[in-house]
Design a protein around this ligand. Structure first.
Ligand SMILES: Cc1cc2nc3c(=O)[nH]c(=O)nc-3n(C[C@H](O)[C@H](O)[C@H](O)COP(=O)(O)OP(=O)(O)OC[C@H]3O[C@@H](n4cnc5c(N)ncnc54)[C@H](O)[C@@H]3O)c2cc1C
Ligand SMILES: NC(=O)c1ccc[n+]([C@@H]2O[C@H](COP(=O)([O-])OP(=O)(O)OC[C@H]3O[C@@H](n4cnc5c(N)ncnc54)[C@H](O)[C@@H]3O)[C@@H](O)[C@H]2O)c1
Length: 459
């Protein structure tokens, strides 16, 4: 039976980065990926890269979109071409290493140090000294009557494969995927309804930010219904689908549409791994239980990325890699306990980015704060970009003058938020961003003005 020093299950961000590092040090590695359509993992094949490329295409000059169906089809074709090239590059990056073997097969544990690989051609057992599980997540499918029988019901992965632009799209779930797809398909020319079961739109965000986002979405013609669930779907005689929505505890409404997108969250993917045979425990949500060093209940096995139940972002899978790399290769001591201020960007229009606390969280945690807000339109660059929508907001600790959190709903906020995080991580006072030299005319210089607003508010 073939033996490796390391076996990595799943070609995700953390695992592939670790595999390359291990190979560079001459370690023997087996990378096991169950699908030849997924080399490089979720991000490059069905998530971040393809969706942001489609969002980019959707934003382009509307004159190009006279024939919106044709335009959409060509955007999907371009997306497919781009990710095929990325996939090949990712495959070669590992497969070309002398000490790495990429297996295209589904892995499951048969013992504490042994996995079984099943592909269409063969079944093969491998052993290793150490294992890294990096198998990602899968969509949560809500209980909706008629789902199995209805056509035109898609997850985000499936909808990206459909080259026909839906004339009208109902999106169940108003989280990251729901909002990004709503804006993207509205820009491609679809009519959009977003329904979410939460009682408030973007219920975890501050109301001023949520209201600003809602206003911008509605100005695009997107309808948002919160406190509502899809309870039943069926094929409609028009060729589309009929969706029954429940709202206000028991009231019902029927909508027809060309397609339905399910975007109600994602859960750790461990199906078929037979974790119990390796002594690896999972929690009630199906996430692999890990300690601060991402070690599972089997000390020879680590779990990285979405599968360990942490925040579901590619850059968190990469940060998980840093934790394991430190233990295996570089003798560092990075751990989950040291990870703070995880930022995020939701790629709507303008982009919504956040780091640290918002007012809601500060109040819930009884943390003293001073707040400042500023319309994005105050930033000169927005006159050039013609992107005046949005609101910037920051919280500062009145005692220490440190930044507690920041929400930027503005053009280019996905770049700006990283600057704010650096200031927070470096434990710099808010005056650092107030007085930092930013080039002009840029969106970043808006941070000077946002943080200047604290001057009169802080003793
Ligand atoms: C539509 C969408 C858009 C997103 N946009 C963003 C974004 O803009 N920015 C961002 O940071 N995050 C985004 N995310 C989240 C991000 O894609 C994930 O958090 C990230 O890709 C998870 O990476 P991972 O390392 O956990 O594993 P993955 O990249 O998910 O890799 C897991 C791999 O394991 C394989 N696998 C599973 N089981 C087995 C098995 N038994 N044997 C062999 N192989 C197996 C799978 O086929 C898969 O290739 C998005 C997600 C979605 C769905
Ligand atoms: N830009 C990014 O970084 C990005 C983009 C897309 C996805 N992602 C990642 O992918 C993950 C999954 O995204 P997502 O949008 O599926 O999940 P999510 O958790 O962000 O949002 C799910 C939404 O669905 C709603 N919901 C749940 N059940 C429902 C039901 N039965 N009916 C109606 N609404 C319901 C919830 O209230 C919530 O608002 C995210 O957690 C995120 O980490 C990140």
């Amino acid at each position: 039976m073939k033996h490796y020093e390391y076996i990595i299950i799943g070609f995700g961000k953390g695992g592939k980065t670790l595999a390359a590092d291990l190979a560079a040090r001459g370690k023997t590695v087996a990378m096991i990926e169950k699908s030849n359509e997924m080399y490089g993992g979720t991000c490059i094949n069905i998530a971040c890269i393809p969706t942001k490329l489609l969002i980019h295409h959707a934003k382009k000059d509307s004159q190009l979109k006279n024939e919106k169906s044709e335009y959409y089809r060509s955007a999907i074709e371009d997306k497919n071409k781009t990710i095929a090239a990325l996939r090949e590059k990712n495959y070669k990056t590992l497969a070309d290493q002398d000490t790495v073997m990429v297996y295209t097969a589904e892995a499951s544990f048969v013992g504490t140090n042994q996995v079984r690989l099943k592909s269409t051609e063969e079944t093969l057992d491998l052993t290793a000294d150490y294992f890294i599980i990096n198998t990602g997540s899968e969509p949560v499918i809500p209980p909706i009557d008629g789902l199995k029988e209805a056509d035109h019901v898609y997850t985000s992965t499936e909808l990206q494969q459909v080259a026909e632009l839906p004339e009208k799209l109902i999106i169940v779930g108003g989280g990251y995927i729901g909002l990004e797809f709503a804006v993207m398909y509205a820009n491609f020319g679809s009519e959009i309804i977003v329904i979410d079961s939460a009682s408030d739109f973007m219920e975890n965000d501050d109301r001023d930010i949520a209201e600003e986002v809602l206003k911008v979405m509605q100005d695009k013609g997107i309808s948002v219904v919160h406190g509502s669930k899809a309870t039943a779907v069926s094929n409609h005689e028009s060729g589309g689908i009929e969706v029954t929505l429940e709202f206000d505890k028991g009231k019902e409404l029927t909508e027809t549409a060309s397609a339905l997108l399910l975007a109600t969250g994602r859960k750790p993917y461990t199906e078929g791994l037979e974790l119990a045979k390796a002594g690896v425990e999972v929690d009630d949500n199906g996430a692999i239980i890990v300690d601060d060093y991402l070690r599972t209940s089997n000390r020879q096995i680590w779990a990285l990325g979405d599968v360990n139940g942490g925040p579901q972002f590619t850059y968190i899978s990469l940060d998980d890699y840093r934790i394991v790399r430190d233990q295996i290769l570089t003798g560092g001591s990075y751990s989950l306990a040291k990870r703070k201020n995880v930022p995020y960007s939701v790629f709507i229009e303008p982009v919504l980015s956040h780091v640290g606390l918002n007012e809601k969280m500060a109040q819930e945690q009884n943390i003293n704060y001073v707040v400042a807000t500023m319309p994005a339109a105050n930033i000169p660059r927005t006159k050039i970009n013609n992107q005046p929508n949005g609101l910037l907001k920051a919280l500062v600790d009145p005692e220490t003058k440190r930044i507690l959190g920041c929400t930027l709903f503005s053009a280019e906020s996905s770049e700006m938020i990283n600057t704010v995080r650096v200031a927070m991580e470096a434990d710099l006072p808010y005056t650092f961003l107030r007085d930092n030299i930013f080039t002009h005319p840029t969106m970043s210089e808006g941070l000077n003005d946002l943080f200047k607003k604290f001057d009169g508010k802080l003793a």
